[in-house]
Design a binder for this molecule. Sequence first.
Ligand SMILES: Nc1nc2c(ncn2[C@@H]2O[C@H](COP(=O)(O)OP(=O)(O)OP(=O)(O)O)[C@@H](O)[C@H]2O)c(=O)[nH]1
Ligand SMILES: [Mg+2]
Length: 280
Amino acid sequence: MAGRKAYAMRKQGRPSETHNKHRKEYPALAKEVIRISDVVLQVLDARFLQETRNLELEGLIKREGKFIINIINKVDLVDINSLKKNPIMKQLVPYVLFSCNKRIGLGKLRERIKIEVKRFGVTHAKAHVGVIGYPNTGKSSLINFIAGRSVAGTSSQSGFSRGIQKIRFSKDILILDTPGVIPSNEHAVTSSEDMQKHAEINVRTFDSVKNPDLIVGNIMQKNPGLLEKFYDTESEGDPEIFLEKLGRKRNILRKGGKIDIDRSARIVLKDWQEGKIIKL
Ligand SMILES: Nc1nc2c(ncn2[C@@H]2O[C@H](COP(=O)(O)OP(=O)(O)OP(=O)(O)O)[C@@H](O)[C@H]2O)c(=O)[nH]1
Ligand SMILES: [Mg+2]
């Protein structure tokens, strides 16, 4: 395994342009939004609670004396009962269970925002509510859901939002969308763990990752039987065998007729990143 990890690190390549923005410009925007906000919504992906928390920004929010509400988004992709049993949930109070796709949680969120804005005794004309979170957690989707129309662009390609988007929430509350931000200790992505994580949570998309087969192997290890069931393909506990069988089944071939393992793995990763493979 050590050899494989070293290989993954060597093949990692240069950070993309989006990664550069994630490193320099976006954190500055997110920090600015935190400074001007009275309440901050941190959008988390229900499938990756701990992975999508930005402890660095959480720290800044506390130091700035701002109030944080955690939005646990994409609950349509998880089993809510097991989610509620997750010990991390205790650290996320106050939170709102949310799904932009299934339109869950908006009423609760409205109530929460109003309570907090009032409790905070915001006196200026319009209270500011900032929205922060890792890339691809659903910040722009949340803004659109709140607005009741499409005001912020969304995409399964992470790093989609590039500036601050403002929308009116009510006559005295303004909401601010921000581009996704990853903590600075993940900027260099020097460890293969970070790379795995970024692929799994779709900070780095399926078409730009190196060694997609290793990432699929990791997902299989963490979710025994899930991919086998989804693709109705056996693995014998081995990711390579799984990808080989899937490639054969789907006729994913290279020139010369050999099975294209890389492309099979990217197809799985794409389905995973687009939330098609549900862990219910
Ligand atoms: N299943 C599911 N998918 C969602 C939900 N909310 C958002 N998505 C999807 O997640 C992807 C990212 O959504 P965005 O709203 O663009 O995410 P973002 O946080 O603004 O992303 P960046 O701008 O890249 O930081 C899109 O493919 C959305 O359709 C949800 O509640 N459930
Ligand atoms: Mg966005």
